[in-house]
Design a protein. Structure first.
Length: 372
């Protein structure tokens, strides 16, 4: 009997890194009995590494109206493709972080997936990584600022956008457990000190009794690198200009590089977005639910789910940034952009040199012909 594991996130818990790793190592993982299938679906703006997106994709018509029947049909087609592979491998992994926050992926929908797989002789298990809620909401906000948002963190906390995210982990886990059974819920904590092997890839592999070895291909770059602190604040202010709001605009890679350099130099603050009072009140909302998760899913009688220290530094107020910091970072952006332009001009000159040489030879030859 095969087992299908659906990795549902949560978002901002290394899901992109896991997806890239499993995509890069498809062949080797198959040899070890773990299939990360490409089910053959493409969705605009969605990386193909997210191979479970077909189970919860939003599909729209030309008038941007949700086609919910089409969405369910697509999910069923994906399951049929998966079912056709079940006799080839003992374990299958599907991953998409949108599943966690997607309210349409409820108990009824997950139960439908479970029944379809059970009819084909397969079990369904759900893998979820949980990040402490205060860190998660800050990361969500930072990601949206990195793209195009201008809202301050304090305003974001009380906005409709923030309410979209399912931060009541106990409630969301219960919805999923009601469908697949608590015994089929694999709950892990997104904290380095709680990872098996000290990193999230090793931790994820260990779920399948696999160890991280040199035979696996690893990504050379940080997947979805984040902006923090003053560099993020610069981006938030620049977002008021439409030219800086596209996801892959030129300033984001430069700010990321500047941030890494400033962190290396020391003294760079990664940001403090909560006031001390806001922080305490925010964490208290989820304390009891988190304690239940620790006891019910991880067997921890002490009710401790997250072990990293909650840091409250300074005067208890959220961090602000001086004009000097902003100017310094913008100055670095200007210098970096100037250097890139000069480099491109040099490369262009090198490309033009052979052409100019040929032009001169043609001109000299023309003079000789005309002088005869």
């Amino acid at each position: 009997m095969s087992t299908v594991y659906i990795h549902v996130g949560t978002p901002k818990t290394g899901t992109s890194a896991i997806q890239v790793f499993f995509t890069k190592n498809r062949k080797l993982l198959k040899e070890k009995g773990v299939c990360y299938p490409n089910l053959g679906f493409d969705f605009p703006g969605i990386n193909s590494n997210r191979n479970a997106h077909c189970l919860n994709a939003y599909i729209y018509d030309e008038n941007h109206k949700r086609l919910r029947d089409r969405e369910r049909e697509t999910a069923d087609q994906a399951l049929e493709k998966l079912i056709g592979m079940l006799d080839r491998f003992p374990n299958f992994v599907l991953s998409d972080e949108q599943i966690w926050n997607n309210k349409d992926i409820n108990t009824e929908r997950l139960n439908h997936y479970k029944e379809k797989l059970a009819e084909a002789g397969a079990d369904l298990k759900i893998i979820v990584y949980l990040r402490r809620q205060d860190l998660l909401i800050q990361s969500y906000w930072a990601q949206q600022v990195k793209e195009n948002m201008t809202t301050s963190f304090s305003d974001y906390l009380v906005s409709k956008k923030a309410k979209y995210f399912k931060l009541d982990y106990q409630k969301r886990l219960q919805e999923m457990a009601d469908a697949v059974g608590r015994e089929n819920m694999i709950v892990r904590v997104y904290e380095k000190q709680q990872y098996y092997g000290g990193n999230i890839i090793s931790d994820f592999l260990h779920l399948f009794d696999l160890e991280m070895t040199d035979e696996y291909k690893q990504s050379d770059h940080v997947v979805n690198a984040s902006l923090e602190g003053a560099c993020l604040e610069v981006k938030r202010l620049l977002n008021n200009n439409p030219r800086f709001t596209t996801k892959l605009n030129f300033v984001v890679p430069m700010l990321t590089t500047i941030q890494q350099e400033m962190v290396g130099e020391g003294g760079y603050s990664t940001g403090k977005y909560f006031s001390e009072k806001e922080h305490a009140e925010f964490l208290e909302k989820y304390r009891e639910g988190n304690e239940e998760i620790a006891r019910d899913y991880l067997g921890r009688e002490d009710g401790i789910l997250f072990k990293d220290e909650v840091v409250n530094e300074g005067d208890g107020e959220a961090e602000t940034y001086s004009a000097e910091e902003m100017v310094e970072i913008l100055g670095k952006v200007i210098v970096m952009q100037r250097d890139r332009i000069l480099q491109k001009n040099e490369e262009l000159a090198e490309l033009k040199a052979p052409i100019n040489g040929i032009k001169q030879k043609v001109k000299n030859l023309a003079h000789k012909v005309l002088d005869r």
